[in-house]
Design a protein around this ligand. Structure first.
Ligand code: SF4
Ligand code: SF4
Length: 620
């Protein structure tokens, strides 16, 4: 390095102080907002092991970034790893400015480290050029409008690498000009970080480490005065931190079924809306969070009620933003304070309250179905309590799925019984933000299960499985529950073998079975046993929603294109003769959608119906 004169060192110190001050000015404000936000009542640091593992995978190895978008992901990872390597180089560079440099190119370690850093510098320079090319030339629409700040940051990173690499040119190692060029680039870069979306460089490791432990977790309300996210005062530290961490990459929007079908909802704008609110009003404001486009609010009520709670956004986000607690929190705020006015919603809540089911039928209809199918009542001696759910008890197609599963269970000699009384699990109320209705249903059902001494539940509905298995925990311990795909896969060897080739069957992953429960292979194993399995382009973790979740199956017409139609087109395009579903809600959504997109639509079957076809009717 060049030997700086004392005036140069003094100038460096002044500039460094100015740069740090510029950084601190904005960072302090963000940090203050986060810390001023309400505490997360349910937050627990345990289990730390899981947090460390996530941190290692998502931050250090950049696993999520690479697995979701491999090429830009690797480029991003190289920039990140390069920054890690350059931490020591930069610390030494600043020390040199004060004439106390500690890393020298003459020593063994110094030579090795500088050389390794040079390799990373080349990788970073190439990667940042590639990322800038993608952003400014290819311009994927999910990245949003071009921002000059991204260009400036990319240029500064490139200059940092170039001015470092130039010191390896013979005779330039001690160039004063190079030293100052490198220094000034860092000093300009530093204050820009907290003023731009590159704040994620600092916040995302913390956000990922601290994020809630369960996918799409709905945190419990903290007492009678907690109505959900109604005003700024209700925004919690985690929500605040996540909102400021969003890097605006648009991965969440790219996979959102609502955004993709012309709705107002865009999950990125939810995170950015919370951030904009906090910047404008702060976390102690009593300004309402939700408004409409006319009022110019940062967050739209119509948008949050367009969410199917499919979880795709949360699953995709590389920096730990958890959209569902935000979206459902905002719904809670609107519903619990009476600000959400929707005829369908009101009818649904009344149905749940008066009839105990979402479809509004009298419970005697359920009794008739039980009698007609000769379903045994659960008496405490059987292995399984077969949970009918609203769809299985009242919806004609849902009933067919139950009848098929019953035929299989009888064929396998699995003992089961159904409850005499069973109410909706409360899933639509929970996801639409009606905590009162949800709590009453959960408590009533838990009591019934206790009275009947149920030890194990099986269900055809992934929404019931999630709600009973996870959401009810706020009100008491439910018996273990499994989805019928898991039961069928476990008994695969006992199912009759298929005869012949079997039909080409395309399997649609339901969001609440796949992303929520991580069950991808079990239904596929069942399908593959009886036909030739094929996947649509968007499958497994990236499956595209049917449009029914989050209570939307019970609300009115959708704005824009129907989500079910978008998905049905994709399923039909595979050329399969059968569409296999594993959720009665998917089934009901695709019933009309498939007929609407094809003159000769494929058959629509649940995996239980596919498996039941191998049993002779007499097996019943
Ligand atoms: S949960 Fe699904 S529908 Fe809702 S915002 Fe996220 S991606 Fe969109
Ligand atoms: S919320 Fe996450 S996925 Fe969506 S734009 Fe922000 S960083 Fe990207």
């Amino acid at each position: 390095m060049p030997q700086l004169t004392w005036p140069e060192s003094a100038l460096f110190l002044v500039l460094l102080a100015g740069s740090i001050f510029g950084f601190w000015l904005r960072f302090r404000k963000v940090w203050h907002i986060v810390r001023q936000s309400k505490k997360d009542a349910d937050f627990q640091l345990q289990p730390v092991g899981r947090r460390v593992a996530d941190f290692f995978w998502e931050v250090m190895l950049q696993g999520k970034v690479i697995s979701q978008r491999p090429l830009p992901g690797i480029a991003h990872a190289l920039v990140f790893w390069g920054f890690c390597v350059f931490a020591l180089i930069t610390a030494n560079h600043f020390a040199e400015g004060l004439r106390i440099g500690f890393l020298h190119r003459a020593g063994f370690f110094g030579t090795l480290y500088f050389d390794i850093a040079a390799v990373f510098a080349i990788a970073v320079a190439v990667s940042i050029t590639g990322l800038a090319f993608r952003r400014f030339v290819i311009r994927p629409k999910w990245l949003g409008p071009l921002s000059p700040e991204s260009g400036i940051i990319a240029l500064l990173i490139f200059l940092l690498m170039a001015t470092y690499l130039a010191t390896f040119v013979e005779g330039w190692e001690s160039s004063r000009w190079l030293w100052w060029a490198h220094t000034l680039t860092i000093l300009i870069f530093l204050p820009l970080v907290p003023h731009t979306k590159h704040l994620h460089l600092l916040l995302s490791p913390l956000t990922i480490f601290l994020k809630r432990d369960t996918f799409s977790k709905i945190p419990p309300l903290a007492g009678d005065e907690d109505f959900g996210l109604d005003t700024g005062k209700d925004i919690t530290e985690l929500i605040s931190l996540q909102a400021f961490t969003c890097v605006e990459c648009g991965r969440c929007s790219q996979h959102c079924p609502a955004t993709n079908t012309g709705k107002i909802l865009n999950p990125k704008e939810i995170a950015l809306g919370v951030r904009a609110y906090l910047n404008e009003f702060g976390p102690t404001s009593e300004e309402p969070l939700l408004g409409d486009q006319i009022s110019g609010a940062h967050l739209s009520q119509e948008a949050v009620f367009q969410c199917t709670t499919c979880g795709s956004c949360e699953f995709q986000c590389p920096v730990g933003v958890q959209h569902l607690p935000m979206i459902i929190g905002l719904r809670r705020g609107a519903v619990n304070t009476g600000k959400w006015e929707d005829d369908y919603g009101t009818k649904l809540f009344l149905n749940l309250e008066r009839n105990g089911n979402a479809l509004g039928f009298s419970s005697s209809e359920r009794d008739k179905f039980i009698q007609k199918q000769e379903l045994p009542l659960f008496d405490g001696t059987q292995d399984y309590c077969l949970w009918l759910g609203c769809m299985g008890a009242y919806d004609p197609q849902g009933r067919e799925i139950i009848a098929s599963l019953v035929r299989v269970m009888r064929g396998l000699n699995a003992s089961f019984g159904v409850l005499r009384k069973e109410k909706c699990t409360g899933d639509p109320a929970r996801r639409l933000g009606n905590d009162l209705a949800f709590g009453q249903l959960a408590e009533s059902n838990l009591e019934t299960l206790r009275e009947n001494k149920v030890k194990r539940i099986i269900s055809i509905c992934p929404h019931c499985v999630r709600t009973i298995g996870t959401d009810w925990a706020e009100y008491g311990q439910a018996p273990p529950i499994e989805h019928h795909s898991e039961f069928l896969a476990r008994h695969l060897d006992q199912l009759p073998a298929r005869t012949g080739e079997g039909e080409k069957i395309v399997y649609h992953d339901p969001c609440y079975l796949g992303r929520y429960r991580g069950v991808y292979d079990a239904p596929r194993e069942v399908v593959a046993k009886f036909g030739t399995l094929t996947d649509p382009p968007r499958s497994r973790e990236r499956s595209f929603c049917c449009g029914a979740g989050g209570g939307l199956a019970f609300l009115g017409e959708e704005r824009g294109k129907r989500i079910s139609v978008e998905r049905a087109e994709e399923l039909v395009a595979t050329g399969a003769s059968v569409v296999a579903a594993a959720c009665p809600f998917c089934n009901t959504m695709f019933r009309d959608a498939l007929a609407g997109v094809s003159a000769t639509p494929p058959k629509l079957l649940d995996i239980a119906q596919i498996a039941a076809a191998s049993f002779a009717p007499s097996d019943k």
